[in-house]
Design a protein around this ligand. Structure first.
Ligand code: SF4
Length: 95
């Protein structure tokens, strides 16, 4: 049986982007003052977060595969995250 890597498995996922609403919002001031910004950039396996040169955290929410890791490292109130609206978000092909 051929073993496939994690990136190979993830490449088969399908994403349906909610063009009207992001399911992720960052409180920029709280993210900066609590260190949440640097932690969510470091922990997100989908590279959804980027720290801009001015310290602002940008969010490419369409790439999120809903693992919840960013929530585990965010200070209370610094990150608002909910599942994408019905019919949007990631659809896993391999469980
Ligand atoms: Fe990244 Fe996972 Fe958070 Fe989505 S839920 S933004 S993939 S860490």
């Amino acid at each position: 049986m051929k073993r496939t890597s994690i990136p190979e498995r993830l490449a088969g996922n399908r994403y349906v982007t909610d063009e009207d609403e992001s399911h992720i919002h960052v409180d920029q001031d709280l993210a900066r003052s609590t260190g949440t910004g640097k932690r969510i950039v470091a922990v997100c396996p989908a590279h959804v977060y980027t720290e801009e040169p001015d310290g602002t955290i940008s969010v490419e929410y369409a790439a999120c595969f809903e693992c919840g890791a960013c929530l585990a490292v965010a200070a209370p109130g610094a990150l608002t995250w909910h599942y994408p609206r019905g019919g949007t978000g990631v659809q896993f092909r391999e469980g």
